[in-house]
Ligand binder design. Structure first.
Ligand SMILES: [Zn+2]
Length: 136
């Protein structure tokens, strides 16, 4: 006779947190993309095994196209892997309470940058420095 117990299980904080959480949305998007990419790769693998014999004697253009598609797939996967690692790093930073601060120099990351790239854990300067390998 006390429905309060059931109501308490539906915590409102969960949905409120998700509604405006760009980082969590990013993580979900990436997971969906990776899943889709994974499915495509699986389909491509079976095609590769069954099509191995028939590839011989095919027009070179078809083989080139096939190779190109495989390379594209690998590149996409590498990008997704990198993005995912970045999002996970940002999520960890948020758990530690350092989200929004550059992991290198400790300065605040501008809000516009976080809006464009919610997974950013470096300021533009440090990101650039790490990517180019140049100091300062
Ligand atoms: Zn920095």
């Amino acid at each position: 006779m006390r429905p309060a117990k059931a109501l308490r299980q539906m915590s409102s904080s969960e949905s409120e947190r998700e509604r405006d959480d760009a980082l969590a949305r990013r993580a979900e998007d990436l997971q969906a993309l990776r899943q889709a990419e994974h499915d495509t790769t699986l389909a491509g693998d079976s095609r590769e095994v069954s099509g191995e014999i028939s590839l011989v004697g095919q027009h070179p253009a078809d083989v080139a196209d096939f190779t190109y598609q495989r390379e594209m797939q690998q590149t996409t996967q590498q990008l997704l892997d990198r993005e995912t690692a970045q999002v996970e790093a940002a999520l960890r930073a948020r758990e530690r309470g350092t989200y929004g601060k550059c992991q290198e120099c400790g300065r605040s990351i501008p809000a516009e940058r976080l809006e464009a790239r919610p997974e950013a854990t470096l300021c533009v300067e440090c990101q650039h420095r790490l990517e180019t390998g140049r100091p300062g």
